[in-house]
Structures are given as C-alpha cells and as structure tokens.
Ligand binder design. Structure first.
Ligand code: SAM
Length: 305
C-alpha cells in the first residue's frame, strides 16, 4: 500500500516567498487538476510504451541520470503530476520514491503506478515547503515543472536541501534559447487567452493542434526522410520530430498545456547554471534537450570532495 499525506487545500497556499494566500498559485493547481483529470492525455499503459511521450526513452532523455546510481536509492519527484517520473524511477530500481504534487491529481497516482506496494509515498504539498528532512535522499527529480512554479529558486533550494552529500538534483525545464515561438508568440497571446474559461482554451488548442500535426506529418517528416540535412535546419526540427512520434490526442493535450499554464518561465542557460552554483552543487551535465529544454544533473559534493 502506498502512503498519502495531504495538506489542506483551504489552508493558505504560499506563493513567491510571501506568507499570504496567493491566487496565482491556486490557479496553477486548479489548471493542472483540470488538465490531468478532465483532458484525455495518457493512461498508465503509456508509461510502459517506450515510444510514447510518457514512456521510458523520453523520460531518460529528459532526466539523464545514470540508472545504475538509482539501484536501491531513495528519491523524491517534485511536482509529480500523474506519476510518470515515479513510474520510471521505481522501474529503474529505486527502493522508495516520494512524490510531491500540489494538485488533487496526486490521488490518481496509485492507479497509474500499480504494484508499487510500500515503495511509493505521496505528499500533497507545495514544493516550496517540502515536509522532508534535510540531506536524507539520494536523488531529487523535477521534470517539466520548475518553469511552472511561482518561485523556482526557492523550489530548487528545497531540492538541493533534501539530497544527501553525493546525491543528485535532476531538472528539466523550458529553455529560453530556440524557443522564440513560445516567448515571442504564445506567451504574449496568453494575455488574451487566460481570461477565457479553461474549457474554451482547450477547444482553442484543437485547431492549433490540427495545424501543427499537419505541418509535422505533411512537411517535417517527409522532408527529414528524403533530405535529413536540409530538414535539420527547419525551425524547432528536433522538437517537431519528437512530437511526430506522439498521437494526436497527446499533442492536443501538450498544446493546451502550453497555452493554459498560468506561470511559464523560459530559462536561459546561465539561469539554470546559477541555480546549481548558488547551492554549491557540481554540474555533471547540462544538455539542450530537443533544442527546447535544459536538462541539468547536479551533484551535492561529499565532504571529502
Ligand atoms: C507540466 S506539469 C508536469 C507534471 C509532471 N512532472 C510530468 O511531467 O508528467 C506541472 C505540475 O507541477 C505542479 N505544480 C505547480 N506548482 C507546484 C508547486 N508549487 N508545488 C507542487 N506542485 C506544483 C502542477 O500541479 C502540475 O501537475
């Protein structure tokens, strides 16, 4: 049986370093609750499907931790959504995985990650205040989420606090570099979209998805088959080829996710490096994954190093 601990929703949800209730934080939690509970995206079978977005290959591409370091490890997943990361970490041999998530989707994780027995602990809480002792875990993972946290610096501080000396913090965040469609087009458009009901935003994402799907399958994919050298110069090529492997249903959810996110920070490389530097973590790898994300693995030095 897994353990679930929940903080009360009615209690104040702290925001960016303040102590007062923060409406934006509540909106973040509510929007993802809607996405994970109402919008068909993936089910648990996709975690075992290596080619899917939620599958093994994509996960280890986003979070390139060395799997042999995770044997019998105790790990925490921050902002763990529907349990995707927890599934892959448990499958890689972690002894125990703690999942933090602010939204009520956390209650669905036991169905999404079956047979996890006593190896899964779910804590519904704000990542800015993790109820976990300092320096007690081997790894902390935050995938596709730090950019949506109001105060990502404090969140990273929490992740570095809970890992032991020699342990690792692994994050994957949106990159500012190469993401001009997001920073220059989608983010400004949110000013018009966000006052609309979420359901309407979801249906606005549908024609956008049809266009992206058509461009990928009628243009990017065929061109990459006949002239890969030319195709590789197309905008967002690696990202589009990654999306080419996804089903329409998933793509629709992904595009809805991009437009509804109340908080979305695009990180410059130097900002990501600074997160690790500020907590004296040693950067082991920093990769511009798919040309649109930063994947960083950083290690807390052991006293002997
Ligand atoms: C884009 S989703 C990613 C979910 C999961 N990491 C994945 O990739 O499958 C971002 C998640 O971060 C969660 N989140 C946002 N702010 C949070 C906070 N302050 N504390 C905990 N979770 C938070 C949201 O509820 C949402 O489920």
């Amino acid at each position: 049986m897994c353990h679930i601990r929940s903080t009360k929703r009615e209690r104040c949800l702290d925001g960016a370093g303040g102590g007062s209730c923060n409406k934006l934080q509540v909106k973040v939690a509510e929007n993802w609750s809607y996405q994970w509970n109402e919008v068909p995206g993936w089910d648990s079978t996709e975690y075992g499907n290596s080619d899917a977005f939620a599958g093994k290959r994509a996960f280890w591409n986003f979070i390139p931790l060395n799997q042999s370091d995770l044997q019998n490890a105790n790990a925490l997943v921050a902002c763990g959504g529907l349990g995707r990361e927890a599934y892959h970490l448990l499958e890689a041999g972690c002894r125990r995985v703690i999942v933090n998530e602010i939204g009520d989707e956390i209650f669905r994780i036991p169905q999404m990650v079956p047979d996890s027995a006593n190896r899964l602990i779910l804590i519904r809480s704000d990542v800015l205040h993790l109820p976990v002792r300092s320096a007690c875990l081997d790894a902390a993972v935050c995938d596709h989420a730090l950019q949506h946290v109001l105060d990502h610096r404090t969140a990273y501080k929490e992740l570095s606090r809970i890992v032991r000396p020699g342990g690792r913090v692994a994050i994957c965040v949106y990159s500012w570099e190469n993401n001009w469609i997001m920073t220059g087009c989608i983010e400004p458009t949110k000013l018009i979209l966000h006052p609309l009901p979420l359901k309407l935003q979801r249906y606005i994402a549908w024609p956008m998805t049809v266009c992206v799907f058509a461009v990928i399958h009628a243009f990017y994919r065929p061109l990459s088959a006949v002239a890969p050298g030319v195709a590789s110069h197309l905008p967002l090529f690696t990202h589009m080829m990654f999306w080419a492997e996804c089903r329409f249903k998933f793509l629709w959810m992904a595009i809805f996710d991009l437009i509804h996110a109340p908080v979305s920070h695009h990180f410059r490389q130097v900002e990501v490096q600074t997160l690790a530097d500020q907590h004296n973590l040693v950067i082991e790898s920093l990769i511009n994954t798919n040309g649109t994300l930063w994947s960083m693995i950083a290690r807390k030095p052991s006293p002997t190093n």
